[in-house]
Write a protein that binds this ligand. Structure first.
Ligand code: URP
Ligand code: ZN
Ligand code: ZN
Length: 461
């Protein structure tokens, strides 16, 4: 009888607090020993010499198989999580959308049917509340007890958005029951005004999507949501911050001592409004909300990520084929909003974060894994390399160099917004609860390897 199921030998272990040489012993899906020179008493030894051993990535903002804009996001829980695994992510938290007139229970069950038996990595589920009433309010504590401990409200989008009274009530009830409320912050009425104006003027190309949602549209809504959270004395999470206008609202609130937390995404650190000016209908590739911003935001956003104004990097992975994007060929308002990104998050953050010296290895692990585990109630089961934690690990080779092309990716979509980006460092092996699911870049796991994570309440950082 071997002492360990697996030993990862000779790698450089990187956690959110330290970097050191050591071996990781795994037993029954958990990390059972971390030591230099661990006796090779294991069924399998993986050599990690010259490579980093990091906690599996956690992407807390994905949309698998989501009905949106008159179509469906093109990755489902199988294809999307294969792509995630190949990119070094071992956990996602996806959004179950409440249908009008239906309960949160129904939303959670619908999403579990999509995910259970299909996902190849572990998954939590946020509940996106779109239709509030007394019964829904009463449901919130029950859903939190079942492990759906975070909620999201859209402040814009017809059919999904909620009003400020709903936001306030949700903040209160979710907080009283130990959960966390998040918002998509954009001002609905300002977007409506600019969208109608551009349409009437015949300005219908993809770039007008961005021009109809200026930075202040996001800054106003983020500031308003934060003020409401302050008023009712609750924490708040703001998803996909794209620019200084919203992020500076978080910065100010945090400096005043309020528990306001938030994410950004690789696209807001590496792409810009200029992409909408690409020829033909190419700008549609980048139609997402909030839109890409002027480049001048980049340095502010990287700094905010480095100094913990923003705690983590998610992807908002919501892919659509170009054929689907063409629904908006005649009018930008009909282009389904969203873009792919789940597979490149870790490599982009390593290359453009660590190699380009925006932050160090500890911060890399914090923003790609540990902080999401803490904020979304999965720590220390997930997000760290510690005895007793799930053996969700990535062997990351800092010497692999690649140029991004859609052909090398596993996402179920026909483009990547990061085409042509140079990468230095890439995930080589992905291990989920002690099982190798990606080996030397090849997916070797099985449909259904992933499990639902019953999450606790947030820890603030
Ligand atoms: O454009 C985006 N972001 N699509 C996905 C839905 C959302 O707003 O997060
Ligand atoms: Zn959103
Ligand atoms: Zn989203």
């Amino acid at each position: 009888m071997k002492k360990f199921d697996m030993i990862i030998k000779g790698g450089t272990i990187v956690t959110d607090t330290e970097t050191f040489k050591g071996d990781v012993g795994i037993k029954d899906g958990k990390i059972s020993r971390i030591e230099v020179g661990l006796k090779e008493d294991a069924k399998r030894i993986i050599d990690a010499q010259g490579k980093y051993v990091i906690p599996g990535g956690i992407d807390p903002h994905t949309h698998m198989d989501m009905p949106f804009g008159g179509t469906y996001a093109s990755d489902d829980f199988h294809t999307g999580t294969v792509a995630a695994a190949c990119g070094g992510t071992t956990t996602i938290v996806d959004f179950a959308i409440q249908s009008k007139g239906k309960s949160l229970k129904e939303a959670s069950e619908t999403w579990r049917k999509k995910a259970d038996g299909n996902a190849v990595i572990d998954y939590g589920i946020h509940l996106a509340l779109t239709d509030m009433n007394e019964d829904v309010l009463k449901e919130i504590p029950l859903r939190i007890k079942e492990g759906y401990s975070s909620f999201k409200l859209f402040m814009t989008y017809d059919g999904l958005r909620v009003t400020d009274d709903v936001l306030m009530n949700t903040l209160i009830v979710v907080n009283e029951n130990g959960g966390l409320t998040g918002v998509h912050a954009e001002n609905y009425y300002a977007i409506k005004y600019f969208t109608n104006k551009f349409k009437e003027e015949g300005k219908v190309e993809p770039k007008y999507h961005a021009l109809s949602r200026p930075d202040l549209v996001e800054g106003e809504a983020a500031g308003r949501a934060i003020k409401l959270a302050k008023l009712v004395n609750t924490p708040l999470y703001i998803v996909h911050n794209s620019c200084e206008a919203s992020t500076s609202e978080i910065k100010r609130a945090r400096e005043e001592g309020y528990p306001i937390v938030g994410e950004t995404c690789p696209q807001y650190l590496l792409l810009s409004y200029d992409n909408y000016e690409e020829p033909g209908f190419n700008g549609a590739k980048y139609v997402m909300s909030p839109p890409l911003r002027d480049k001048k935001n980049w340095s502010y956003m990287w700094k905010a990520l480095a100094d913990n104004t923003l705690q983590l990097v998610a992807t908002d992975h919501c892919p659509f084929f170009m054929k689907q994007k063409e629904m908006g060929k005649e009018f930008f308002g009909k282009i389904p909003n969203g873009a792919p990104g789940i597979e490149l998050r870790m490599a982009l953050m390593y290359t453009y974060g660590v190699v380009e010296e925006q932050f160090d290895l500890q911060r890399f692990v914090q923003v790609t894994s540990t902080n999401a585990a803490k904020i979304f109630g999965m720590y220390p089961k997930k997000g760290t390399i510690a005895v007793g934690s799930d053996a969700d690990l990535v062997i990351f080779d800092p010497n692999i160099e690649k140029e991004v092309s859609v052909e090398m990716l596993h996402e179920n979509v026909d483009y990547t917004p990061f085409e042509g980006f140079k990468l230095k460092g890439y995930p080589e092996t992905t291990i989920l609860r002690g099982k190798v699911i990606v080996e030397k870049g090849q997916f070797v796991g099985e449909k259904g390897d992933g499990e639902f994570i019953k999450r606790e309440g947030p820890t603030f950082i």
